[in-house]
Design a binder for this molecule. Structure first.
Ligand SMILES: [Zn+2]
Length: 375
């Protein structure tokens, strides 16, 4: 199931190609001098049946592609292309600058470049379609004011607790690309793909202006220093760093203005409440109020929609939180510089977020409905 499955060569071919000195051979294993550290013996173990390698001295290890990529100091994609050219088309191995043996033990693990938006959307959509929403999470979302059908429409799911191997197998069978999709990485020992679930919670798809899922936010069950995480496999072997996008909720291009909030879930909930209250509004949620790159990307996307007005609806703790206040001022300044009308919104500080404010209107309407009856 590793990335080496469709390669036209095995690990022994690559050891040959790279002229790695073989010190001993046991038939199923080669013991070589490691090219990644100043190994003087035979610490590099090549497992011929599993097509994996590992140095017991410096810890470098992986599959066929990783070996070729690491020795030549090239990306895994380039390694794949070159090996196909060499072993399928019989081309000569391209010259790479000789990589010096490292005297220091290598600390950082090889990482993959972020997969394309299409690949991430496809993998994440398939992943979420395989998962369900646990009862406790459903109850807590209903408690926040969402309806059962809205929860289904939003596609929120519970993080998988076990059997991540089964999920990965199914994703690969469905033809999903896991390379460079944050949350997935290669197990160093087995060369198998794995899903990196670091904490349990509700998985919230972060959708771009075209509805594609670029990232998955996790509303954590246990509030540590933050309420949300992003699904990531950063620092894992052949993992990828998460990259969130401006989250568009209910933006169709028909509107003149959007409301700007902090967070994906907040934008979803606020959009739903505005619809229930009979004033459907478009929302964009940023995953960090001070993430100016994400904000600038949003401005460009709004321009394409022909939307020129931004109503800033950040949490009302900006009175007490200096960082939030500074971020809001920056958002207003940059928005104006880019030709937008930027209107800061204020409400009673009894309600922290725009979602809390809108929920209070819904609750009040329920009370008046119960007293006077609905028309
Ligand atoms: Zn080594």
């Amino acid at each position: 199931m590793g990335v080496s499955n469709h390669l036209p060569c095995n690990i022994e071919d690559v050891v040959d190609l790279l002229s790695i000195p073989v010190v001993r051979s046991s038939g199923t294993q080669l013991h070589c001098r490691c090219p990644f550290c100043d190994d003087r013996k035979a610490h590099l173990n090549i497992n011929l049946s599993k097509n994996v390698f590992r140095c017991n001295r410096c810890g470098t290890g992986g599959g066929v592609l990783h070996l070729y990529a690491e020795v030549n100091n090239i990306s895994i994609n380039t390694a794949y292309e070159e090996l196909c050219r060499i072993f399928q088309s019989g081309e000569k191995a391209p010259e790479h600058p000789v990589r010096k043996a490292q005297t220091k033990v290598k600390q950082s693990k090889p990482a993959l470049e972020l997969a394309s938006v299409e690949a991430r959307d496809n993998t994440y959509s398939n992943l979420l379609s395989m998962l369900s929403l646990g009862t406790a999470h459903r109850e807590s979302l209903l408690g926040r004011g969402l309806s059962g059908s809205e929860i289904i429409r939003l596609g929120y799911k519970t993080t998988p607790a076990v059997r991540s191997a089964k999920i990965v197998t199914e994703l690969l069978e469905r033809g999903c690309d896991l390379k460079g999709v944050p949350g997935f990485y290669v197990d160093e020992e087995t060369g198998q793909w794995k899903l990196d679930i670091r904490a349990t919670g509700i998985m919230v798809p972060d959708r771009n202006c075209e509805g594609q899922i670029e990232a998955i936010q996790i509303r954590l069950d246990k509030d540590t220093h933050s309420k949300f995480n992003t699904l990531t496999s950063v620092d894992k072997y052949y993992g990828a760093t998460a990259s969130c996008c401006p989250h568009f909720a209910g933006v169709t291009g028909e509107e003149d203005a959007v409301y700007l909030t902090e967070g994906v879930m907040k934008a979803d909930i606020a959009r739903y409440f505005s619809t229930v209250l009979g004033h459907p509004c478009a929302f964009v949620g940023l995953t960090g109020v001070s993430n100016i790159n994400q904000y600038v990307r949003m401005l460009e996307e709004l321009k394409r929609f022909g939307i020129n007005t931004i109503k800033v609806a950040f949490d009302m703790d900006l009175h007490v939180n200096e960082n939030v206040r500074k971020a809001r001022d920056r958002v207003i300044q940059v928005g104006c510089e880019n030709g937008f009308e930027v209107i800061p919104k204020r409400w009673s500080s009894n309600y922290k977020g725009i979602d809390d404010l809108l929920l209070s209107f819904i609750e009040r309407r329920r009370i008046t409905d119960s007293i006077f009856g609905r028309l």
